[in-house]
Design a protein. Structure first.
Length: 220
């Protein structure tokens, strides 16, 4: 076997091994068949805290399934993540992000609740803003205000789950023709990513110098 043939064979083997080493991301799906409680007051909540010194916001990124608990609401078993806001001090911005991925993008809804788990403010997935490779939502709270929310509830937005995030990119090229003129051609590529009830989630609280509030004094 010639040296060139050996080098080509080694290259093919190496490319095959690298392909085997790549893992395709798939969102972890929360389990809603075990340990399902009958109300939000029975759900284990997590404290929402500010970033520690030198802590990166990306360190807060995790699978929704890691923080989700099962609760039955209106006769339906749902995965939810419940965050306590009692550790927040003064005007605070809560930054919620979900990672956009072919392996599953979390179509989340965010709801601020009072101490009795009654809704104060609701944000569907359509309120999230798409930025390159993620969707994000910012909500503002001030614990010092009367009737300030005490909990943040995250769960799938049933109105959006099952849809797709679609983006279209186009490329065009031109070739000069002998004698003048040009030949142009192009193509469009459609990229579709499923919106599901699971995926990567990031929730971070920041001290806000100036939080915005509605006229009625409830957090926006």
């Amino acid at each position: 076997m010639s040296r060139l043939s050996i080098l080509l064979l080694l290259a093919l083997v190496a490319s095959g091994l690298s392909g085997c080493g790549r893992q395709v991301y798939r969102a972890a799906v929360p389990n809603t068949t075990l340990n399902c409680v009958s109300g939000l007051d029975a759900v284990s909540s997590r404290p929402l805290t500010y970033l520690a010194p030198k802590e990166d916001a990306l360190d807060r990124r995790m699978e929704f399934a890691e923080v989700a608990a099962c609760v039955t609401l209106d006769g339906t078993a749902l995965p939810v993540a419940l965050y306590r806001l009692d550790a927040l001090e003064g005007p605070t911005e809560i930054d919620i992000r979900v990672l956009l991925s072919e392996g599953g993008t979390f179509a989340a809804s965010a709801e601020l609740l009072d101490a009795g788990f009654q809704p104060v403010k609701h944000h569907g997935f359509t309120d999230f803003v798409r930025r390159t490779n993620e969707y994000s939502l910012s909500v503002f709270v001030d614990p010092a205000r009367p009737q300030a929310p005490r909990y943040l509830l995250l769960r799938p937005d049933a109105a959006v789950v099952g849809q797709d995030d679609r983006s279209i990119t186009s490329q065009s090229s031109a070739f000069m023709l002998p004698g003048g003129g040009a030949y142009r051609f192009g193509k469009e590529t459609t990229r579709s990513r499923p919106l599901i009830g699971a995926g990567q989630l990031q929730v971070v609280a920041y001290r806000a110098r100036r939080a915005a509030f509605e006229n009625d004094g409830t957090a926006r």
